[in-house]
Design a protein around this ligand. Structure first.
Ligand SMILES: C[S@@+](CC[C@H](N)C(=O)[O-])C[C@H]1O[C@@H](n2cnc3c(N)ncnc32)[C@H](O)[C@@H]1O
Ligand code: SF4
Length: 441
């Protein structure tokens, strides 16, 4: 088994640097007003259309994503507005390869979701639909109604351990470990690709407990397994979610355990995703957040080239914009060239290949001359080695762990945005003298 080695001190240094970067990069005060450049989008083919469904029946303590407590009337009105926003986007003349539906709980009103997917498929030339869901959807609703509409379902399991489920507030809503295993088996039997989202880094989650969890997950034979490191935000929420977390120093051991348990039957795709080793090509890969993406819906984000875009995080404001015939994107940030270089380094780390030729084509400089400190850090820790083909570098098992830590920074960034947007939305409502009806948890 390949050994992962990354000293504690270096892990802490990486966490510290990334925490600071996330805070400054995603500081809402630093974003510029104004949404997508419609002229730039017109006639363009963008890889991903992301839509966000923010409602959830239960608000899990660890969750980094923008979510609101479910209210049927509000959720129905929201889906209606979302379809209006789809029509506004269709007028722009942009096309998409794939649709990613994220949440929140996307399947919270099945009929509304179906109508929305059907509309999107009728307006855009979508090749593949990926959708997140919770396990209880496969019991309470009629998932077969989504057969043919959704190619890949990603189900949030987190753990089959009843204590972890209780502790994170999921046991009561989604059922025991045994119950969610049964529901996952049903889903796996019905859909072309099922991904099970698992998590590591909970309090008292020993390597043995993680081994048991992953053995249960792989015994179900889903097409994909994602193993997320429990990520705490960088703001106030850190303390709240922190009660769930184990010792950060244990993450490396858990990561090593995850690889050892999964790798016989599953191939590592990215540092945190595994796909079933069938010997056949995979049809619906994990959707990597490395490609251009337009996001619509309340709490969505997107990126086109060197511009990062953020939608409204407030339901009232969202409704006002869409009713006025506008897309919901409210602000953007121009990512500077040094930031884009680091972003591309991260994406290359995540994919495991760091070809100099690709980097030089983009920036006119080699990886080492463009990013000397980052490259020296990675080389010094044995995270990358020269690639056999002579073009740049490839990651080692340690490098894959570093990529996982970097990815964790992405989740922390989502948490930071959610936290800031939650209070910004409150402040805006208070300033307008309105009662706060819905607010980010
Ligand atoms: C946006 S959630 C939607 C899943 C679905 N609503 C559910 O709860 O089953 C997608 C996944 O992100 C992961 N996730 C959310 N917050 C996280 C955090 N703070 N750290 C690590 N993983 C997280 C969880 O595995 C979760 O299942
Ligand atoms: S993990 Fe899923 S159910 Fe829990 S709050 Fe996040 S999106 Fe909602």
């Amino acid at each position: 088994m390949a050994q992962v080695r990354f000293p504690q001190l270096s892990q802490q240094a990486l966490d510290y640097v990334m925490g600071g970067k996330i805070k400054s990069l995603l500081d809402l005060q630093q974003l510029s007003p104004g949404g997508y450049d419609l002229a730039e989008l017109s006639g363009k083919r963008v890889p991903t259309l992301y839509i966000h469904i923010p409602f959830c029946h239960t608000l899990c303590r660890f969750c980094s994503f923008f979510r609101l407590k479910y209210d049927e009337a509000k959720a129905r009105e929201y889906f209606k507005l979302l379809r209006q926003e789809v029509e506004i986007l269709a007028q722009v003349g942009v096309q998409f390869d794939r649709l990613y539906i994220g949440g929140g709980t996307t399947t919270i009103i099945e009929s509304e979701l179906i109508e929305t997917i059907e509309l999107i498929k009728s307006r855009f030339d979508i090749q593949e639909v990926s959708c997140e869901s919770d396990p209880i959807y496969f019991e309470n609703s009629n998932p077969l109604a989504l057969k043919g509409l959704v190619d890949r379902f990603s189900i949030g399991i987190q753990s089959f351990d009843d204590e972890i489920l209780k502790h994170s507030g999921r046991y009561e809503k989604f059922g025991s470990g045994d119950a969610i295993a049964d529901l996952s088996a049903r889903a796996i039997a019905e859909f072309p690709t099922i991904n099970l989202d698992m998590m590591m880094g909970f309090n008292n989650q020993t390597p043995d407990a993680l081994t048991e969890d992953l053995m249960r997950a792989s015994a179900l034979k889903p097409g994909q397994i994602t193993l997320y490191p429990l990520t705490l935000g960088v703001g106030k929420n850190r303390k709240k979610a922190g009660k769930l977390a184990g010792n950060p120093a244990d993450l490396l051991g858990l990561y090593q355990t995850g690889r050892n348990v999964l790798e016989p039957g599953y191939e590592r795709e990215y540092a945190w995703t595994y796909r079933r080793a069938t010997g056949l090509p995979v049809e619906h890969d994990y959707v990597l957040d490395g490609e251009d993406c337009v996001g619509i819906g309340c709490g969505a984000f997107g990126r086109i080239g060197n511009k990062f875009y953020l939608s409204s995080f407030n339901l009232d404001d969202y409704a006002r914009r869409v009713k006025a015939g506008e897309l919901s994107c409210t602000s953007h940030k121009d990512l500077s060239t040094p930031l884009m270089r680091r972003y591309h380094l991260l994406m290359m780390m995540v994919k495991g290949h760091l070809p100099n030729s690709v980097f030089e084509k983009l920036y006119g400089r080699s990886l080492y001359t463009a990013l000397p400190a980052e490259m020296a850090f990675l080389r010094l820790h044995g995270a990358i080695v020269p690639s056999a083909c002579g073009d740049g570098y490839r990651t080692t098992p340690t490098g894959e762990f570093v990529a996982l830590k970097m990815f964790s920074g992405f989740l922390a960034g989502m948490d930071w945005l959610r936290e800031q947007a939650g209070s910004a939305a409150e402040e805006a409502q208070i300033a307008r003298g309105q009662a706060i009806e819905v607010q980010a948890a």
